[in-house]
Design a protein around this ligand. Structure first.
Ligand code: DHB
Ligand code: MG
Length: 225
């Protein structure tokens, strides 16, 4: 296994199964032009979010971390016309870049952007959400999972981005606030009876990473860590 052949396979899957999409490519270009970091999910992962919305029949989606709206567009396309993606973004500049790209993609009426930090905005929201995508500050993953559990229902799908961090997640010598936050989130997904979860390794533009995918069970009480 080399990074090159893993990338080649990812590109092959993208070409064969996902294809080109003008609105999504424009959203990435606008994000770059505005100086936002190139850390949006890969096309195959965006498509996964879209498929999860459709497979689960999601109508209401919660996203934590909008960035330039790339994953937001993918999920908005996966819900019906009267569905809604509520996406939380801490950076007002990111939110305005995202708003323009989302509107341009023709899904503006299905997306509301709430500007603020997750910890401040989440307590103001009313569920239930059918799909939750957590892709913001990694230190807060466990807090965001707590809100996902509270704002979801049995069967809600919860996806957490960036669970590999170039392998740091499984490297005992690696310890930053971000990696500790990722581990706390994964430990919660494994131990908290409200979740049943797995994780997959992925590639994105920055390299080797992964997603955790969980479903909310019918258990309502969390665990004490
Ligand atoms: C980072 C955050 C992300 O959401 C991502 O997809 C990649 C990297 C980061 O903060 O480093
Ligand atoms: Mg991410």
């Amino acid at each position: 296994l080399t990074p090159e052949n893993w990338r080649r396979v990812d590109a092959y899957f993208t070409d064969t199964l996902v294809g080109h999409d003008e609105a999504l490519e424009h959203a990435v270009a606008e994000q770059e032009a505005a100086g936002l970091p190139a850390i949006e999910v890969a096309p195959v992962s965006g498509k996964l979010l879209n498929l999860l919305a459709r497979i689960g029949g999601a109508r209401r989606v919660l996203e934590i971390g909008t960035l330039g709206g790339y994953s937001t567009i993918w999920m908005a396309r996966g819900i019906p016309d009267d569905g809604l993606v509520t996406t939380i973004e801490a950076e007002p500049v990111n939110a305005s870049v995202a708003r323009a790209s989302i509107d341009r993609a023709g899904v503006g009426e299905k997306v509301e952007i709430r500007i603020g930090r997750g910890e401040d905005v989440l307590p103001t929201l009313t569920g239930p959400y059918d799909l939750v995508f957590i892709d913001a500050d990694k230190e807060s993953n466990a807090l965001y999972l707590e809100w996902a559990a509270r704002l979801g229902h049995p069967g809600t799908v919860v996806v957490v981005d960036n669970t590999v961090r170039s392998g740091d997640v499984a490297d005992p010598a690696a310890s930053t606030p971000q990696i500790e936050g990722v581990r706390r989130g994964l430990e919660m997904l494994g131990a908290d009876p409200r979740f049943d979860a797995t994780a997959l390794q992925t590639l994105d533009r920055k390299g080797w990473d992964g997603v955790a995918i969980a479903v909310l069970t019918d258990v309502v009480e969390g665990y004490d860590d």
